[in-house]
Design a protein around this ligand. Structure first.
Ligand SMILES: [Ca+2]
Ligand SMILES: [Ca+2]
Length: 487
């Protein structure tokens, strides 16, 4: 007696199938995937009819699936007959491989507990004009209760673990993207919270946020990277995320210089932000619920085969079957190794970073000299600091009158600062931006830089050289402005 191995498919037969375990939220729209397993050389058109229980579902349309992406496909649905939907997909590119061919859009009108079979009408399936041949496998959908996902996004504050409630800094305007069986997005509110309801099935929650650096990326952050690299400090796992500014998956000197160049506006975004469309990485910190898995962010954003590409922090539910609260994320601003980011721009002066402060607690002072100079000469103004012994990161922005002075991008370090890294940006009209950082701090106070200008003004003109912003180790300083008088 021969053993039956089941019905063999004819050669060149491609199978279309609908999953048998689908769920749809009562009162919601749901997408029913039609999957293709293509063993032929492919096809450019497909059409078929699917019958369903009209007391449970109402068909409203169809859209191309992931397998049809890039094949220039259009999908159409004939929804005139309740209980049967006619679907057609027409492409200019050939569809091959296995995956989601298209999605049929239904409204779920049945009550929780109802179900509907999703049955291919016999002999209705046609691929191209009948070659390759088509086999089908029917599916089903049950109506389930829909649920809500909510949580908040807070800042990491430089800490290895979640900040205590009293120290939480909410991150607003984070775009929380939902994907899976449902596509949507919502922004976090001022208190960092988000909530989205009427969800069911497979859901992925993935936050992203561009911009909103709020002045938190400074030379001090670059200096902390430098200190880590020589073993003076050890960055924690979340600081290491922030430190990998160029997205190589590892922390190196290039990261420190990229952070410093961002601090002086030589670059407008870190590589991570540019490549991955987010300035922050988001680490899941979620209350455990059923069917939940967490994906950690990966800072190695180099595309395959060198790196994995952008891997975002994400919370996944497959499927979501409870109201999920406490689905929180810890935000890490790329470049902010110290963790001093604050929710409002300009609020940094009130903050103390939760990591070790390197400099003395006394307020440092940054001063620039006053000089007289002849037209056409080069005048060099010294910048000095007091109460800055041990400082590892110094940010200074100078403002001058471009009708009188022209900066020469040749700022010099002094004996005191020669071991530090200097970045300078004279591109801004009337502005000189300076970053000075190093693993080893200043041995004492004194003159740290000499800033040369070409005198382009005529006799009896004067330009202030004003310190419009100065930070020593991310803390605001006292300042004393300079001046050049042309004689
Ligand atoms: Ca790196
Ligand atoms: Ca910082």
């Amino acid at each position: 007696m021969l053993t039956s191995w089941g019905t063999l498919s004819p050669a060149n037969a491609d199978q279309l199938s609908i999953p048998t375990n689908l769920t749809g939220g009562s009162g919601l729209q749901t997408l029913v995937p039609v999957n293709a397993a293509i063993t032929s050389s492919g096809f450019i058109s497909a059409q078929f009819n699917v019958s369903y229980n009209a007391a449970v579902l109402t068909a409203t349309g169809a859209e191309p699936g992931t397998l049809a992406a890039g094949k220039n496909c259009s999908a159409e649905a004939n929804t005139n007959t309740p209980g049967t939907v006619g679907v057609s997909l027409v492409c200019t590119g050939t569809i091959t491989g296995n995956g989601e061919l298209l999605r049929i859009v239904f409204n779920v009108i049945g009550a929780v507990g109802n179900s509907s079979s999703l049955t291919f009408v016999t002999n209705s399936c046609l691929l191209n004009e009948g070659n390759p041949t088509c086999t089908t496998a029917n599916g089903s959908l049950s109506v389930v209760q829909s649920h809500t996902i909510g949580g908040k996004v807070i800042y990491y504050n430089g800490l290895a673990t979640r900040p205590p409630l009293a120290q939480e800094r909410p991150v607003r305007d984070v775009t929380v993207n939902l994907s899976g069986g449902f596509t949507s997005s919502i922004d976090t509110l001022t208190d960092g919270t988000y909530s989205i309801g009427a969800l069911q099935g497979q859901i992925n929650v993935q936050p992203r946020k561009r911009g909103g650096h709020n002045g938190a990326i400074t030379s001090f952050d670059a200096a902390m990277v430098a200190q880590h690299l020589v073993g003076l400090i050890t960055l924690n796992a979340r600081q290491l995320i922030a430190a990998d500014a160029n997205g190589t998956g590892a922390v190196a000197t290039n990261d420190a210089s990229q952070i410093a160049r961002f601090a002086i506006s030589s670059i407008t975004e870190l590589k991570m932000e540019a490549d991955c469309n987010t300035a922050f990485a988001f680490v899941p910190s979620a209350t455990v619920v059923a069917n939940q898995t967490l994906q950690q962010p990966n800072t190695d954003v180099r595309p395959p085969p060198t790196g994995p590409g952008c891997v975002y922090g994400e919370i996944r539910y497959n499927p979501l079957n409870v109201n999920a609260t406490g689905q929180d994320f810890i935000a890490v601003l790329m470049g902010d190794v110290s963790g001093n980011w604050q929710p409002a721009a300009g609020a940094l002066t009130a903050s103390l970073s939760s990591v070790t402060q390197a400099a003395s607690q006394a307020t440092a002072k940054v001063s620039i000299g006053k000089k007289q100079a002849k037209p056409g000469s080069i005048v060099t103004l010294p910048i000095s600091v007091t109460k800055a012994k041990g400082a590892i990161g110094i940010d200074i922005i100078l403002q001058y009158d471009p009708a009188v002075l022209l900066p020469i991008e040749d700022i010099e370090k002094t004996v005191l600062s020669k071991h530090m890294t200097l970045e300078q940006n004279c591109e801004g009209e009337g502005l000189v931006r300076i970053s000075l950082f190093g693993a080893e701090g200043l041995a004492r106070s004194g003159t740290i830089l000499r800033v040369p200008f070409l005198v382009v003004g005529e006799k009896k003109t004067t330009s202030p050289v004003e310190i419009v912003d100065a930070l020593v180790d991310e803390k605001p300083t006292l300042t004393s402005n300079g001046q050049v008088s042309v004689k």
